[in-house]
Design a protein around this ligand. Structure first.
Ligand SMILES: Cc1ncc(COP(=O)(O)O)c(C=O)c1O
Length: 390
């Protein structure tokens, strides 16, 4: 990986030390140009006309995402956000009163809200797995809970938004397969950061965004849908012209591929931008990205652990590019202002972003530092200097 070349390809690195890839990372030139060019063509020639003229390019989105996941193009749907993808998938599970949804304490906040909505509307029960002493889901607990409750769905967030933890989604997948349970993975914080292989994971749905570790534009994401889901004919609330055809006054027919989970209207500039971002990541290689991001994140953890007053909060045997830390006496605004003044971008989260996790850790806020492969150790050391002065 030629870091200098990659930084030259990333204009944002000239202006900021951007350590907020878990929020949205900096886009590389090919992504920026693809989006600009498409928007310009739309403005000059008309949205529908350019969609027709660029059909082949737009269609390239599906095989590109499929390559990223070791899937087939027919199993990929475009979504405007990870949440849209996730909620569409969730709405396709045929829940009935009393059904159990098995998840974890560390699943994403919006997903937890959606589960609570399902609990309110359909009277399902939410069961959360036990944790290992080192943090992260306990496979033994998942196995026992599956045997006890026979859940309708198991839903796991691969990398929680506010913790460096990496959950064992392959281990959970094997258990779901053994028991024939629908299995949904939120890969929003791992797509583009860690290699993903849906065959190995064994999931029925996997959702993600482009704007975080994939370095794509905001407003684009995707949903993987398994053959098992397609064969079972599951469909989401609500299908529209994008996912179904109205074939008679009282009849519609759903598409036979994953695109039955799409809406008709899309921002095609972002579809193309997403495609280019995925191709860019694949060219660099997900193993290379994982190793470089892991190295920078461990350096960040080591440096933060040595800073007086700071405590690194990340748990789990396997950790990734999200580093969270808390200062025992300081206020988040004090640190965010100091970082902003020094042109350093990092994130700050509050309890509402991770109610169970932060309550257990006894903190009300955490700083979230998420370096990507285009960052350097020198940039992290500069952030540490700024935090030291506080
Ligand atoms: C783990 C996880 N899942 C889902 C989401 C939601 O993604 P989006 O904002 O694209 O809907 C996020 C966003 O931070 C996330 O961190």
């Amino acid at each position: 990986m030629d870091i200098q070349e990659i930084r030259n390809d990333t204009p944002g690195t000239q202006f900021h030390i951007h350590l907020n890839s878990a929020g949205a990372s900096l886009q590389p030139i090919p992504v920026i140009e693809a989006v600009h060019e498409y928007l310009q063509e739309e403005a000059l020639h008309g949205g529908y006309e350019i969609e027709a003229a660029r059909k082949e390019n737009i269609e390239g989105f599906y095989p590109a995402v499929a390559n990223l996941l070791n899937a087939k193009a027919v199993n990929i749907a475009f979504a405007s956000s990870a949440t849209e993808a996730y909620n569409k998938a969730l709405s396709a599970i045929p829940f009935e009163e009393g059904d159990v949804l098995l998840t974890t304490d560390d699943d994403y906040s919006s997903n937890q809200i959606a589960f609570l909505f399902l609990q309110k509307r359909y009277k399902i029960r939410i069961v959360r797995s036990g944790k290992l002493p080192t943090g992260g889901l306990d496979l033994e607990s998942i196995k026992n809970l599956i045997e006890k409750h026979h859940p309708k769905l198991v839903a796991i967030t691969h990398v929680p938004t506010n913790s460096g933890l990496v959950q064992d989604i392959v281990g959970v997948g094997a258990l779901c397969k053994q028991h024939g349970i629908w299995y949904m993975v939120d890969a929003c914080q791992s797509a583009g950061q860690l290699p993903l292989d849906v065959e190995k994971i064994g999931c029925d749905f996997l959702s993600a965004t482009m704007r975080k570790w994939l370095r794509g534009p905001r407003g684009s994401g995707f949903l993987y849908v398994s053959d098992r889901v397609l064969q079972a004919g599951l469909e989401s609330f609500f299908p529209d012209l994008g996912g179904a055809n109205w074939i008679g006054a009282n009849q519609y027919e759903q598409l036979k591929n994953a695109r039955l989970f799409e809406y008709w209207e899309k921002n095609y500039a972002l579809v193309i931008g997403g495609k280019v971002a995925v191709e860019y990541a694949l060219q660099i290689g997900l193993e290379n990205i994982e190793s470089r991001v892991g190295e920078l994140a461990s350096h960040t953890r080591q440096q933060l652990a040595m800073l007086p007053g700071w405590k690194v909060l990340d748990l789990g045997k396997k950790k990734c590019g999200i580093v969270t830390a808390h200062h025992e006496t300081g206020r988040p605004s004090q640190f965010s202002q100091a970082l902003k003044k020094a042109n350093i971008n990092a994130g700050f989260a509050r309890t509402v972003n991770a109610v169970i996790d932060f309550t257990e850790k006894g903190v009300e806020w955490a700083m979230r530092v998420s370096p990507h492969y285009y960052n350097s150790k020198e940039e992290i050391d500069r952030m540490i200097e700024v935090l030291k002065k506080g």
